[in-house]
Design a protein. Structure first.
Length: 362
């Protein structure tokens, strides 16, 4: 391995429309989480497929990781690659876990006393910040991470990053095609067996998450490595509408067919179009903002979801009052995510990156 230099560590230029679409997907999944609490029958939920945003994240991640690291992971080395990913991802894993712990202890809408020992709570918290699945909270529906439910997808993201560094970064394209095809069969099997692709978040559906990222991450890698970028003039608005169509598609008995189509074909196509679209300068700041807050929003919103769930169970608000709660709630959560980003995530990542660069040149 050649000597590590700051140039090797430098972040590449972003695909700004793809960043913007990531933010759209993050808002969609937060909206979905609000709505699923109010409507347990997903066929009555206007955004009943909002959970597929995770599969879009996975596909986008495969494309971005390939773009950012395929030509330099060998120069960086596996250790430095892991450091890069930890600096990028883990500060918000910790922050989301702290929020989840505080929300669990101080939830103002939970009238039931906490029926867990301090030792149990500490173990759950440590599992959360160390990304060790611990689906033992029956009061949290046996989520892999009871204090921050969305972290289940980050767990699989970490797994994908490890597999990428050890295997995929060197895997020839023809073998990557075979792996992606096998994973696509897995997607179809999970959809047919479960009736949908919603699994992965709980102990009982653990391996569904592995199948979901196995396909979408490798599909994103294929889009990058075969340069399957479709030049177009749809722009950020046009592509945002197309992406939302997937999340707004009806939740029905045909999920076993429609969801694999969306995941296997539609999302890789969206990544191809997003990478090849022309961005209107007037929308550049919106795309940058949308992309920047996507990960903080995803990792900080769920403590509020548990509180909202307890509030809903106690008060059963009607549709009008739900709108009065959810719409301002989205604004507050986006604002909070932005504050967390500028006050915690960016400064901490900048500090860790600068410290790492100083060590690299010693």
């Amino acid at each position: 391995m050649e000597k590590l230099s700051p140039a090797i560590l430098k972040t590449k230029q972003h695909f700004e429309i793809l960043d913007g679409l990531r933010g759209i997907a993050a808002i969609a999944v937060v909206t979905f989480h609000f709505m699923e609490i109010a409507y347990s029958d997903y066929s009555k939920d206007f955004i009943g497929h909002g959970f597929l945003a995770v599969d879009f994240f996975f596909c986008l991640s495969g494309f971005v990781i390939g773009y950012a690291y395929d030509d330099r992971v060998g120069k960086m080395g596996i250790k430095e690659f892991f450091k890069s990913r930890l600096i990028r991802l883990h500060p918000l894993v910790v922050f989301g876990s702290v929020l989840g712990l505080l929300g669990f202890i101080f939830d103002p809408f939970n009238a039931q006393p906490i029926a867990r020992s301090a030792g149990s709570i500490l173990l759950l918290f440590l599992s959360s910040i160390l990304m060790i699945p611990n689906p033992t909270m029956n009061e949290r529906y046996f989520n892999l991470f009871g204090f921050n439910a969305p972290a289940w997808s980050l767990f699989w993201e970490y797994v994908a990053n490890i597999v990428y560094a050890l295997v995929l970064c060197r895997l020839q394209r023809r073998y990557l095609i075979v792996l992606t095809a096998i994973s696509a069969v897995g997607i179809c099997y999970v959809a047919a067996h479960s009736g949908n692709l919603m699994g992965g978040w709980s102990g009982g559906t653990f391996w569904d998450g592995g199948v979901r990222i196995a396909y979408s991450f490798t599909a994103g890698l294929l889009v990058y490595r075969y340069n399957l970028i479709v030049k177009n003039k749809l722009g950020f608005i046009g592509l945002s509408i197309l992406l939302m169509l997937a999340f707004l598609s009806p939740f029905s008995t045909w999920n076993w067919l429609t969801e694999p189509f969306i995941v296997i074909i539609y999302f890789p196509l969206m990544v191809s179009l997003g990478a090849g679209a022309v961005l209107n300068n007037s929308l550049r700041k919106i795309c940058v903002f949308s992309g920047s807050i996507s990960y903080p929003l995803y990792m900080t919103h769920y403590a509020v979801m548990w509180m909202f769930g307890n509030y809903y169970a106690a008060n059963k608000p009607d549709a009008v009052h739900l709108a009065y709660i959810i719409i301002p709630g989205l604004v507050v959560l986006v604002t909070f995510a932005y504050l967390v980003m500028i006050g915690y995530d960016i400064p901490l990542r900048r500090y860790l990156t600068e410290r790492r660069k100083k060590q690299a040149v010693k």
